[in-house]
Ligand binder design. Structure first.
Ligand SMILES: Nc1nc2c(c(=O)[nH]1)N[C@H]1C(S)=C(S)[C@@H](COP(=O)(O)OP(=O)(O)OC[C@H]3O[C@@H](n4cnc5c(=O)[nH]c(N)nc54)[C@H](O)[C@@H]3O)O[C@H]1N2
Ligand SMILES: Nc1nc2c(c(=O)[nH]1)N[C@H]1C(S)=C(S)[C@@H](COP(=O)(O)OP(=O)(O)OC[C@H]3O[C@@H](n4cnc5c(=O)[nH]c(N)nc54)[C@H](O)[C@@H]3O)O[C@H]1N2
Ligand code: SF4
Ligand SMILES: [Mo]
Length: 579
C-alpha cells in the first residue's frame, strides 16, 4: 500500500497526509503547502463516531440486504422521479462514479451551487474562465488584499505565504488576520460592490490605473469609469461605513506594488453575488493585475476545469439550492447533509419527508440520515482509492488507500454493483484512476493538473472579445431591510456540518443581550431558538451564526443568486428577541 494520501475535505488546502508508526494521521513534512501539519479536523479524524452498519427504517441490516433494498426501490421508481444529490463531504473525483450510474438510469442530478457559484459566474462574465492563483503567485506578491475570506479558519496553510507582506483585510468581522493587518476595513456586509466601484474611481483620479493593460485588454473601460461616477460619494461611503481616509490608505498601500486580491465566499452570499465578484475583478483589471507574476484576483476555482472525466454527466438537472424533494419518489443523498446545509431548512425538511423513499449514503449521522429510510455507510477516504483536484490551486493528487476496513462500501464499489445489476456499462476502477493519473504532471514533488497556466491570463482572456469585459451596470442588491445582518461563515471546529458543530448566536457584547440569554431569532424565512454568545470582533449591526449550526438555515431563503444559481445565505436580515 502507498504511504501517503490526500485530505478529502472541502477545503482550499488539499493537504498531503501520512500515517505514522502509531497509526496516527500526520501532515507530510515534504509537501510545500502542508509543511508537516494538518488541521484539527484531520488530527481528530479517527475520534468521530461513524455509521457502522446499514439500516432500513431504523433496523440494522446487512450490506447485502441494503443492496437488495436499493435495487428494489430503484426498480419500482420511474427514472424521472429519481433524484441524485451529491454533497461535498468528500471531494474526491471517484465520488462521481455514482453520478455515472444515476445518469445512465435517467435520473435527475443537480446544478448550481451552495457555495461559490455566484462568484464564479461573475468572474466568468469578465474573464471568460475562472483561474485560481497558485501559492507561487501569492508568494511573489508584495501586498495581499484578503476580501471576505478567513484564512486562519478556512485556509490555514495559506498563512505562510502572507508573512512579511502588506496585508489589507476587508471584512465586517475583525478576523484573526484583521487584527495584525496593515489596515482592516470593517465594512458593512453586502457593500463590497460599492467599495470596489469607489476604489476603481479613485484609481483613475489618482492616476493609478494601468493604461497599457487597459488599452490592450479592457473592453469598455471608459464606460466603466463613467459608471463609477454614478455613485454619490459621501452618501455611499456613509452607507457602507467606510471613510475617505480608509480609501486613501488602501490606495497608498497598493500604489506601484505587486498586489494580489484573495476573495472568499463571504462577499457573494447574496442575490447579486455575481456582480460583487465582477466589481472586485473590475478593480483588479483597472490596476492591471491580470497576467503578471505576483499579481491577480483569486477566488475558489473549479476543480474539474480542463479535466477529462471517465463518468457520464447528468442530462437532467435541478438547481441544488432550491430543490423540491417532494417532486421525486426516490431520493439518493451521498456525502452531504441537505437538511442542515441547504437554505430554508423548514421547507426542505417538509419536502424531503414527503418523498417516498430516501437513501442516505454517508459517514456520519445528521439531519438527513435521521429522516432517511435506508442508510448505507460509506468508507472513509483512508479505505478507498481516489484522486483529488484542488479548488485552491491547480494541484491534483492521489488519494491512495492506506487502511483496510470491513465497514461501509466505497462509492465506486456501490456504483459498480448498481451498474452490474442494471446491466449498465461502467469503466473499471483502474481505468478511471489511470485516466486521472494520465492528467497529472509532477513539479517539485507535487502533482498538478496538466495544461494549467503558471501565470493566468498572460495571453488575454477567454471572452468573445479576448479582453476583460467590464460591467456596464450597477446592481447594488437590496439592502433596505430592518434588523441585524446575518453573517454565516465557517467555523474552526467544523467542516460545514461535519465534526464539532457550533451552537448559538454570536452578538456584540454591547448589543443588549447577556451571555447565555435564550433568544428567538426570526427572519422572513423562519425562526430558531438559540443561546447568546458574545463576540466583540463583530460590528453591532451584525450577528454570526456559523455554517453548520443546527437550525441556521431555518433563517435563510429558498432563492437563487441572479447569476450562477447559487444559494444566498446572507440575503435575509434577522430579528433577535428574548424568549
Ligand atoms: N474550518 C473550516 N474550514 C473550511 C470550511 C469549514 O466549514 N470549516 N468550509 C470550506 C468551504 S465549503 C468553503 S466554501 C470555504 C469558504 O471559506 P471562506 O471563503 O473563508 O468563507 P466564509 O468563512 O464563509 O467567509 C469568509 C469571511 O467573509 C466574511 N464576510 C461575510 N459577509 C461578508 C460581506 O458581505 N462582505 C465581506 N467583505 N466579507 C464578508 C466573514 O466575516 C468571513 O470572515 O472554506 C472551506 N474551509
Ligand atoms: N448557513 C449556511 N449554510 C451553508 C453555508 C454557509 O456558509 N452558511 N455554506 C454552504 C457551503 S459553502 C457548502 S460547500 C455546503 C456543504 O454542505 P454539504 O455538502 O451538505 O456538506 P456537509 O455538511 O459537510 O456534509 C457532508 C456529509 O458527507 C458525508 N461524508 C463524508 N465523507 C464521505 C465519503 O467519503 N463518502 C460519503 N458517501 N459520504 C461522506 C458525511 O456523512 C457528512 O455528514 O454547505 C452550505 N451551507
Ligand atoms: S487544512 Fe484543509 S486540507 Fe488540510 S487537513 Fe485540514 S481540512 Fe484537510
Ligand atoms: Mo463550500
Amino acid at each position: 500500500m502507498s504511504q501517503t494520501t490526500t485530505c478529502p475535505l472541502d477545503c482550499y488546502d488539499a493537504c498531503r497526509v501520512v500515517i505514522d508508526s502509531n497509526g496516527k494521521l500526520k501532515g507530510d513534512l515534504t509537501h510545500p503547502t502542508t509543511q508537516g501539519y494538518l488541521c484539527p479536523h484531520l488530527n481528530h479524524f479517527d475520534e468521530f463516531e461513524r455509521i457502522l452498519e446499514p439500516r432500513l427504517h431504523g433496523k440494522t441490516i446487512s450490506m447485502n440486504e441494503a443492496m437488495q433494498q436499493l435495487y428494489t426501490s430503484l426498480h419500482i421508481s420511474e427514472p424521472q422521479k429519481m433524484l441524485f444529490y451529491r454533497g461535498s463531504g468528500n471531494i474526491g473525483l471517484m465520488q462521481r462514479s455514482m453520478d455515472h450510474f444515476f445518469t445512465l438510469m435517467g435520473a435527475t442530478g443537480t446544478r448550481g451551487s451552495l457555495c461559490d457559484g455566484a462568484g464564479e459566474a461573475g468572474i466568468i462574465a469578465g474573464r471568460g474562465v475562472n483561474h485560481v492563483l497558485s501559492p507561487q503567485m501569492i508568494n511573489a506578491s508584495e501586498v495581499v488584499i484578503v476580501w471576505g475570506r478567513n484564512p486562519h479558519v478556512t485556509h490555514s496553510h495559506l498563512l505562510g505565504s502572507l508573512k512579511n507582506k502588506t496585508i489589507i483585510v476587508i471584512d465586517p468581522l475583525q478576523t484573526q488576520l484583521a487584527k495584525t493587518a496593515d489596515i482592516h476595513v470593517q465594512i458593512k456586509p453586502h457593500c463590497d460592490l460599492q467599495l470596489a466601484v469607489i476604489l476603481s474611481r479613485f484609481l483613475v483620479s489618482g492616476d493609478m490605473h494601468d493604461k497599457v493593460f487597459l488599452e490592450k485588454y479592457g473592453n469598455k473601460y471608459p464606460e466603466f469609469y463613467q459608471l463609477t461616477q454614478k455613485l454619490e460619494l459621501i452618501t455611499t461611503l456613509q452607507a457602507i461605513d467606510v471613510t475617505m481616509d480608509q480609501i486613501g490608505s488602501v490606495l497608498e498601500l497598493i500604489r506601484g506594488k505587486k498586489t494580489v486580491i484573495l476573495v472568499g465566499v463571504g462577499v457573494q452570499k447574496y442575490r447579486n453575488g455575481a456582480e460583487v465578484l465582477r466589481a472586485i475583478d473590475a478593480f483588479g483589471a483597472m490596476l492591471g493585475l491580470f497576467g503578471k507574476i505576483g499579481c491577480g484576483v483569486g477566488f475558489l476555482g473549479s476543480s474539474t476545469q480542463g479535466l477529462e472525466l471517465p463518468f457520464q454527466k447528468f442530462q437532467k438537472t435541478v438547481p441544488k439550492a432550491t430543490i423540491d424533494f417532494s417532486k421525486f419518489e426516490t431520493v439518493f443523498v451521498q456525502g452531504g447533509n441537505p437538511l442542515g446545509q441547504m437554505p430554508d431548512s423548514t421547507k426542505v425538511v417538509k419536502e424531503f419527508a414527503a418523498s417516498r423513499f430516501k437513501i442516505y449514503f454517508g459517514l456520519y449521522e445528521n439531519e438527513t440520515s435521521r429522516l432517511s429510510d435506508l442508510i448505507i455507510p460509506a468508507k472513509t477516504f483512508l479505505e478507498k482509492e481516489d484522486v483529488r483536484s484542488s479548488y485552491g490551486d491547480f494541484s491534483f493528487e492521489k488519494m491512495s488507500k492506506l487502511r483496510h476496513s470491513d465497514t461501509g462500501i466505497s462509492e465506486y464499489d456501490l456504483a459498480y454493483g448498481l451498474c452490474s445489476h442494471f446491466n449498465l456499462s461502467v469503466p473499471s476502477q483502474q481505468e478511471c484512476l489511470d485516466l486521472f493519473y494520465d492528467q497529472m504532471v509532477s513539479k517539485n514533488g507535487v502533482n498538478y493538473r496538466k495544461n494549467m497556466p503558471d501565470v493566468p491570463y498572460e495571453n488575454g482572456f477567454e471572452t468573445q472579445s479576448g479582453k476583460f469585459e467590464f460591467m456596464q451596470q450597477l446592481d447594488l442588491g437590496s439592502n433596505d431591510d430592518e434588523g441585524l445582518f446575518l453573517i454565516t461563515p465557517k467555523s474552526a471546529r467544523s467542516l460545514n456540518s461535519q465534526f464539532h458543530r457550533s451552537n448559538g448566536i454570536y452578538l456584540h457584547p454591547q448589543c443588549g443581550f447577556e451571555l447565555g440569554d435564550r433568544v428567538r431569532v426570526t427572519s422572513k424565512s423562519g425562526s430558531i431558538q438559540l443561546s447568546v454568545l458574545h463576540d466583540e470582533r463583530l460590528r453591532r449591526d451584525c450577528a454570526i451564526i456559523y455554517a453548520g449550526t443546527p437550525g441556521v438555515n431555518n433563517l435563510t431563503p429558498s432563492l437563487l443568486s441572479y447569476d450562477g444559481e447559487n444559494a444566498v445565505y446572507q440575503e435575509n436580515r434577522i430579528k433577535v428577541e428574548k424568549c
